[in-house]
Ligand binder design. Structure first.
Ligand code: NSS
Length: 435
């Protein structure tokens, strides 16, 4: 073990559980500091959170002298004694005997003025991520991925990865990022779906958790150019079956977070996550259009929902709900048309309530060769661009369904964040490519 790792005998989260008087040796960063006469009150942050340190001149003149001169965000080693105190934020604090500066910090540039401007905060994102709120959001984001992995594994899905460099659009050419791939043209992937469809003939059920890219100039609160995409695809599942999977997954993630991230949820949201016992309502696209029209929104049958329509519609709900049966004109070519009503597809979006809108999108795919070829042509696309994808339909492709869930959209909703960019470490939007 390195010198540093062997120095430590506890993390901040252990301190409230330790016996009064035990000696702790901690590593971390000085997150806040207040000096009051001969006493300094510091908050030490490590990978698990925060603990209060008390450094008194009487107890340790040397440590007091060191911390008095120390800037915020300096990395330190601290040795001290556990003391219970009702007034301390976690019910216990560490009375410090020794401090060693491992890496000093310059004067911390995130002042109250900087903090007033969200843009300035994102310009300094490499530093501002250390704040308590973004720390909590990122911890919860880790929880979303863990929960999804656990849910899928328990339900017989196999994790795969798909390429980022691709040659043809999944979700329409308008949002493709084009790039040079040596002397050829390539794109950044919008979705791993087509690769998942190949892989279901190996494992039946597969999932991916990886970035997708969209050249979307939309300046809304729900669009990133790079987002974390949880996608799943399952053989022998029809449209209704995959909606059940989506609903179970979202409920599973919510209970996993409530069980394991209580403190972080409180920091970000102020209140526990909602509990949804009942089945999510399922309304048709036609019903959604009626609701929108009755709310004065001008939208005709066959139009896709934009951010505004989703907001108005989801304001009508207090729980997540599915909208099913989107018209052929609003969905990508691979969606299966409803045999009982060919102008709509076997597709759905799961919408978050209270204005948040779409968080997942999915449906049943066309599994027959001729039907898919015809639809590719109907959509004005070139079947040659979809060679291998079409080819799969010649070699035992069963009925199958799948969906994609945007992790930042889910987090924005669950944590009431102002914008999806708050749900990712280093957001990419049309205007933000740095840091
Ligand atoms: O375009 S989607 O609606 N659908 C697909 O990509 C399918 N091929 C997924 C699949 O069935 N395997 O995107 C799916 C989800 C959508 O519901 C959002 O939650 C999220 O991906 N999404 C985004 N999040 C953030 N920013 C942007 N631009 C974005 N686009 C989609």
């Amino acid at each position: 073990m390195s010198r540093f790792l062997s120095m430590r005998n506890a993390f901040t989260r252990d301190v409230p559980r330790l016996e009064e008087g035990s000696t702790v040796r901690l590593l971390g960063w000085i997150a806040s500091k207040r000096v009051h006469r001969d006493k300094a009150f510091l908050s030490l942050r490590d990978r698990y959170g925060y603990i209060q340190l008390v450094v008194s001149k009487a107890r340790s003149p040397e440590a007091f002298d060191t911390v008095s001169r120390l800037n915020l965000e300096s990395a330190v080693y601290v040795e001290g004694t556990v003391k219970r105190d009702e007034r301390a934020p976690r019910g216990a604090e560490v009375h410090v005997d020794r401090v060693e500066v491992i890496a000093p910090s310059d004067v911390w540039p995130i002042t109250k003025d900087v903090a007033k401007s969200p843009e300035a905060m994102f310009d300094m994102r490499h530093l501002t991520i250390r704040g308590p709120k973004s720390r909590a959001v990122m911890a919860i984001r880790d929880g979303v991925v863990r929960a999804a992995f656990q849910y899928f594994t328990e339900n017989h899905f196999v994790f795969i990865t798909a390429p980022t460099f691709i040659t043809a659009a999944v979700e329409g050419g308008a949002t493709l990022f084009k790039l040079k791939y040596f002397d050829r043209e390539a794109y950044l992937t919008q979705s791993s779906q087509f690769y998942e469809e190949a892989a279901i003939c190996v494992f039946e059920r597969v999932f991916v958790i990886q970035p997708s890219f969209r050249a979307e100039k939309s300046r809304t609160r729900k669009h990133l150019t790079e987002f974390l995409h949880i996608e799943a695809e399952a053989a022998f599942m029809e449209h209704d079956d995959i909606m059940d999977v989506e609903e179970e997954l979202v409920k599973y993630i919510i209970s996993f977070l409530s069980e394991n991230y209580e403190e972080e949820i409180k920091v970000v949201r102020g209140a526990p996550l909602p509990v949804y016992d009942d089945r999510f309502p399922r309304i048709t696209y036609d019903e959604a259009i009626d609701i929108l029209n009755s709310k004065g929104v001008e939208i005709s049958w066959g139009d896709d929902f934009g951010a505004d329509e989703e907001r108005v519609l989801s304001m009508e709900f207090e729980t997540p709900f599915f909208v099913t049966g989107f018209p052929v004109s609003t969905r990508s070519f691979y969606h299966m048309n409803d045999p009982s009503r060919p102008e709509v597809t076997l597709s759905s979006d799961l919408m978050a309530p209270e204005g948040y809108g779409e968080i997942t999108s999915g449906g049943q795919r066309i599994h027959e060769y001729e039907a898919l070829r015809r639809k590719i042509i109907e959509f004005g696309l070139n079947p040659e661009d979809y060679g291998w994808y079409l080819d799969l339909r010649r070699f035992g492709m069963p009925p199958h369904s799948g969906f994609g869930l945007g992790v930042e959209r889910l987090l924005r909703w669950l944590l009431n964040l102002p914008h999806v960019r708050d749900a990712t470490l280093f957001p990419r939007t049309p205007s933000r490519l740095y840091p």
